[in-house]
Design a protein around this ligand. Structure first.
Ligand SMILES: Nc1ncnc2c1ncn2[C@@H]1O[C@H](COP(=O)(O)OP(=O)(O)OP(=O)(O)O)[C@@H](O)[C@H]1O
Ligand SMILES: [Mg+2]
Length: 358
């Protein structure tokens, strides 16, 4: 096992700067998830860690060692790709043992390791099959087994579940988490699915456009997103954003919306009077109340255990997620309460989080 450190890492393809100075330290045994929209540089970063892509600037360290100039095979890393890349003409067992065979490892040791990995991955009955005779999830497990038999210091996963259907994804997700808990190996895992990131990670790295927006434990990012991008990216359904101007007329600050409606804000320094702000509130924190902010029901989506409702609040739509049944219908006027202690505030211009007393 080993730690992985990225120190001000940069990558340019010709004139195009794709990774613009990324620093992340990943502890030994940690499950780190890189998440961000398509094209933000997740795969490129992963490929630089394993040596498939050269680093243009900065350092990659594995353990205490700088590996910038090491070949992939000398980095003691195993990568599982999105397209499992199994050899079609080899059985499951041969696929898993192939890298050891190439290295001239003793047949008996190969068999032992393949057997142990197959057992851990529930593939024991399938070792003589060919990839075409397997389901997507089974193929995915073979690809993991192939990585596991190498006993690497670090596992890299690049969107390993994206070819699976929704149900299989959820199942494999928990299998990967369990596997990590058993093996204790450092994992760097790329996904653009924030639910996968939240459920798997010890630490999430949110990226956008080649830079890191925030690093933290899943619930840290959920509770205290440092800017509008992270706030909107983490959490599903996404956080509601309501724009307005801070007003301190009667002491306690309110957010004055364009529609002239107002929402009470948590305590803020008086210097915020008149500032353009964005109020963030998660759908699960909205409440239906007798008094409060008047809104109109737009769409009701019952899901059984919960109900998602879209309301219009002046020119903005806001979504609420309720664990009780919702009886309202489209067009109906109701009131919502926005609990002050659940409010996130961002500066409209810088998009950064504004610290409140909460
Ligand atoms: N070999 C290359 N030459 C030129 N540009 C590249 C190359 N590889 C990647 N890029 C560019 O670098 C950027 C980051 O790509 P990357 O594959 O790392 O994104 P990603 O975050 O993994 O996206 P996705 O979620 O779609 O897989 C993209 O704009 C991409 O077009
Ligand atoms: Mg990618």
């Amino acid at each position: 096992m080993a730690s992985v450190d990225l120190i001000n890492v940069e990558k340019a393809f010709g004139e195009l700067n794709v990774i613009k100075g990324v620093s992340v330290s990943m502890k030994d045994g940690e499950f780190v998830v890189l998440v961000g929209p398509s094209g933000c540089g997740k795969s490129t970063l992963l490929r630089m860690i394993c040596g498939l892509e050269e680093v243009t600037g900065g350092d990659v360290r594995i353990g205490a060692k700088r590996v910038n100039d090491l070949q992939p095979k000398d980095r003691d890393i195993a990568m599982v790709f999105q397209s499992y890349a199994l050899y079609p003409h080899m059985t499951v067992a041969e696929n898993m043992g192939f890298s050891m065979k190439l290295r001239g490892i003793d047949r008996r040791i190969i068999d032992e390791k393949v057997h142990a990995a197959a057992e851990m991955l529930n593939l024991t009955g399938l070792v003589d099959r060919y990839p075409r005779q397997l389901s997507g999830g089974q193929r995915q497990r073979v690809a993991m087994g192939r990585a596991m038999v190498r006993d690497p210091e670090v596992f890299l996963f690049d969107e390993p579940l994206s070819n699976l259907d929704a149900k299989m994804r959820v199942q494999m997700r928990s299998e990967i988490k369990e596997l990590h808990q058993r093996l204790g190996t450092t994992i760097v895992y790329v996904t653009h699915d924030q639910v996968e990131a939240m459920t798997l990670a010890d630490k999430i790295v949110v990226m956008r456009d080649g830079v890191v927006e925030q690093i933290g434990a899943p619930l840290e990012l959920y509770d205290s997103p440092s800017n509008l991008f992270v706030a909107g990216f983490i959490g599903s359904p996404a956080m509601n954003f309501i724009k307005g101007r801070a007003e301190f007329r009667t002491g306690d600050p309110v957010l004055r919306l364009e529609s002239s409606a107002e929402i009470r804000l948590p305590p803020l320094p008086a210097s915020f009077d008149g500032r353009e702000l964005v109020l963030g509130i998660r759908p699960e924190h909205l409440q239906i109340s007798e008094s409060g902010t008047p809104v109109q029901v737009v769409v009701v989506e019952p899901m059984g255990s919960e109900t998602q409702v879209k309301f219009s609040l002046g020119e903005t739509d806001v979504v609420g997620l309720f664990h009780t049944r919702f009886e309202g219908v489209r067009g109906e006027r109701v009131h919502i309460a926005i609990p002050q202690e659940r409010i996130h505030i961002f500066d409209a211009e810088s998009e950064s989080r504004v610290q409140t007393a909460n």
